[in-house]
Design a protein around this ligand. Structure first.
Ligand SMILES: C[S@@+](CC[C@H](N)C(=O)[O-])C[C@H]1O[C@@H](n2cnc3c(N)ncnc32)[C@H](O)[C@@H]1O
Length: 294
């Protein structure tokens, strides 16, 4: 997929289109059409964010207004892919916010390992929700593999990475990355867990075997099974407050008692959800499921 299929406008064109869009009543119709054609839950995203992202495509296609853009969408199915790409922001990197991963490596993973030490089946289940191109899920796989070390084979590790964007998931599945997303990866980790191919780094088969990537819309689909750690960062921030709260309650339900939830640094627990988690590390946005199922 090319980055931008259409041309870039002059400043005058941008101002004209911007003014048209502000006054355009076709937005609701366009939203409905997007929902019907793609299943994308437009209503659940923050209105201003959603409109800004749609406008990116309206401008890029030189459409004069939402109606014209809708006609184009109906003619050109590829444009839907570009639109979904614009609506979902997929930026990620390995060990994004390294201090958070430090707490996961030094405290959370050892705690989970210790709490399984007496169990016959020592399983640890992790969910990276909104995993984009996979860096977050692979970072967790690296830490688990490192910390477990020789005991790795005694444990049943399962990491699931989910996202709404299939193109991102394909990239996650391939596991081939450019150096810029590995800036927080030290040399020995690169050597142990990646294979360098020209300008790219391919994740090792070991890491791949630990993760299953799957398409899932976290707003309308739930994840089956219980987890010991759920990490959902820099996703909920785009959703309306009531949707964020409901999702946090869903995560509570999906966690084992004593399980951990990690959210983004710019995100907070909301409403009823904040009563059912105990703060473990407020700076790094780490919480523990303290209460029983709600
Ligand atoms: C900025 S990325 C976050 C990646 C990673 N968690 C991180 O912090 O580096 C946000 C991701 O959320 C995904 N997303 C947005 N809406 C979603 C939804 N309803 N269900 C699942 N994923 C969604 C986007 O496709 C995108 O890949």
């Amino acid at each position: 997929m090319k980055l931008n299929k259409y041309r870039v406008q002059t400043d005058e064109e941008k101002i004209k289109i911007g003014k048209n869009l502000e006054e355009d009543i076709g937005f609701e119709l366009l939203k409905r059409a997007i929902k019907e054609s793609t299943g994308f839950n437009c209503e659940q995203y923050k209105e201003a964010h959603f409109r800004r992202r749609v406008n990116v495509r309206v401008r890029a296609t030189s459409s004069e207004n939402y109606g014209e853009y809708l006609r184009l969408l109906k003619k050109d199915s590829e444009e839907y892919e570009y639109l979904i790409k614009a609506l979902t922001i997929n930026v990620s990197e390995f060990f994004r916010n390294p201090e958070t991963f430090e707490v996961i490596e030094k405290e959370v993973i050892p705690f989970l390992i210790k709490s399984r030490s007496d169990s016959l089946i020592k399983s640890i289940r992790i969910w990276s929700a909104g995993c984009a191109t996979g860096e977050e899920a692979y970072s967790l796989a690296i830490l688990l593999h490192k910390v477990l070390n020789r005991d790795y084979n005694k444990y049943r590790i399962s990491i699931i990475g989910t996202d709404i964007d299939t193109l991102s998931l394909e990239k996650a599945q391939k596991g081939v990355y450019l150096e810029n997303v590995l800036k927080n990866v030290d040399a020995s980790t690169k050597e142990n867990y990646f294979v360098k191919l020209n300008e790219t780094y391919q994740v090792s088969d070991q890491l791949k075997s630990m993760i299953r990537f799957k398409r899932q819309d976290m707003i309308s689909e739930s994840c089956t099974g219980r987890f010991d750690l759920i990490i959902c960062r820099n996703v909920m921030i785009y959703f309306k407050k009531e949707v964020q709260e409901q999702l946090q309650l869903n995560f509570h339900k999906a966690l084992n008692r004593g399980g951990f939830l990690v959210i983004g640094k710019a995100e907070t627990l909301l409403g009823a959800a904040s009563n059912h988690f105990k703060t473990y590390n407020s700076r790094e946005r780490l919480y523990i499921k303290e209460t029983k199922d709600i």
